[in-house]
Design a binder for this molecule. Structure first.
Ligand code: BJ8
Length: 441
């Protein structure tokens, strides 16, 4: 999405202009986006000190995320491989790959497209929803432009209703997600929905999903989740061998890169981080406050909170988020040899992802408590996007649970604009003082 320097942005524009035209992008607007994001990435990521050497690959991915990766997807499309775009970790990517298609996360983390969305949608809507709808309207997300099908899901009301409008612009299929997944009827319902999605994928791709193919794609995605979990576990060391910004970036890139290549590169990075742990090398001072961010997902290029926290000298050691632990904590257990048994295995795994759209959602509270212990967290920053009722209200219960465990918690509700950054910084600094006082006591 972003080149490292302005000169390379220009070269990138020239290199890929024909590709972008072929997928009907708004070239002029997209150039403005690339310039802005290139500068944003350059100012936030590149000045970081003591980054692991293996982060070079992820820098490269970022520089090619609107170029080389889009070319790769479209070269494969030319050979008949479809692209399915998604917004939520409930979209069963194992099925998409088993159908011989690629799956990618769609743009929805930038303020850039919000004004276009607000010309149509109400303003008092979650920024993530406005952002993705705006990106489709203004044709500046090459992942949207390369998608043959978008898969949505009935999680929150805002998304659910906007998918109706999105379907006017691009073929959109919505999976209904039961909000009480631990009940037998919830599980049976989910199974039927997954089965219906399988049929839809077979129709769109022209490929039959077989048990063998599904087992192979379960292994492919399990390996990706395992690599991310390995990285997460390394971040639990003190001092943490990698910055919160870099940890977040890798979690974000996991939705865009080719899964096999990505897994290999994350494991290579983990080898380097293991050595750092052995050598006691970290990215922040040994006594730096250790923070877990819990809440709404942070899609690329949402680096606002992490950059503010990191600038204070604190370390973000984990993201309790769908761009984080909720994505990779559990694996699909490939039990059984029939497609149906494997569909059940998918339902089992997905119903353990504790999104705030579930009710009740005690599993999430327990998971935050467990993470606080594993990561030796000094505090939790509870992160909610504006107008996200699910995460906002659930914050009440999380706050009670953290109080009961004597873990300080700061609640931040924000959008994608940088207007409130100074105010957030002041609040984070005050929070860190509370943590420092508690450590001294
Ligand atoms: S499984 S968290 S990825 S839905 S922030 S759009 S909930 S108003 S993104 Fe999510 Fe799937 Fe759940 Fe995860 Fe709505 Fe809230 Fe906006 Fe949200």
């Amino acid at each position: 999405m972003f080149s490292i320097a302005t000169a390379s942005e220009k070269a990138m524009s020239e290199k890929y202009i024909e590709l972008w035209k072929s997928i009907d992008m708004d070239i002029e607007k997209h150039n403005i986006l690339l310039n802005a994001l290139g500068q944003f990435y350059g100012s936030i990521y590149l000045p970081q000190k003591n980054r692991p050497q293996k982060m070079d690959y992820f820098n490269w991915v970022v520089s090619e995320v609107h170029g080389g990766r889009i070319k790769e997807l479209n070269d494969q499309r030319a050979l008949g491989k479809k692209v399915v775009g998604a917004f939520c970790v409930y979209a069963p990517e194992e099925l998409v790959f088993a159908a011989g298609a690629n799956m990618v996360g769609l743009c929805g983390g930038a303020d850039f497209s919000v004004p276009d969305a607000e010309a149509v949608l109400p303003r008092n809507l979650c920024p993530l929803i406005k952002s993705f709808y705006g990106f489709r309207l203004n044709r500046t997300c090459p992942y949207f432009q390369s998608s043959d099908l978008v898969v949505g899901e009935t999680t929150c009301d805002g998304k659910k209703k906007v998918y109706e409008l999105l379907s006017e612009l691009i073929p959109t299929y919505v999976i209904e997600i039961p909000h009480r997944p631990d009940t037998q009827q919830g599980k049976e319902f989910w199974h039927k929905e997954v089965e219906a999605f399988k049929i839809k994928l077979e129709e769109v791709t022209g490929n039959k999903i077989t048990a063998e193919g599904l087992k192979a794609s379960i292994e492919l995605i399990n390996n990706k989740r395992k690599a991310l979990k390995r990285l997460s576990d390394l971040r639990a060391h003190s001092p943490s061998p990698i910055s919160g910004l870099d940890g977040l970036l890798i979690n974000q890139i996991s939705f865009m890169d080719d899964p096999k290549r990505f897994t290999e590169k994350v494991n290579n990075l983990c080898d380097e981080l293991e050595q750092r742990v052995k050598d006691g090398v970290g990215v922040a001072a040994k006594n730096a406050p250790r923070i877990i961010v819990a809440g709404c997902p942070m899609a690329v290029p949402n680096w606002k909170l992490h950059s503010i926290v990191q600038a204070t000298g604190a370390t973000i050691v984990s993201e309790e988020s769908c761009v984080g632990t909720r994505y990779f904590t559990d694996l699909v257990e490939p039990k059984g040899d029939s497609v149906d048994e494997l569909l059940w295995a998918i339902v089992e795994k997905y119903s353990k992802i504790p999104c705030a759209c579930f009710t009740p959602n005690d599993r999430r509270i327990q998971s935050i408590e467990a993470l606080a212990g594993q990561f030796k967290a000094d505090g939790i920053i509870y992160y909610t996007l504006q107008n996200c009722h699910d995460y906002n209200v659930e914050g009440v219960k999380v706050d009670r649970a953290m109080k009961a465990k004597d873990i300080p918690m700061l609640k931040i509700e924000t959008d994608y604009s940088m207007g409130d950054a100074p105010q957030i910084q002041t609040r984070v600094e005050a929070f860190l003082e509370i943590i420092a006082g508690k450590k001294q006591a």
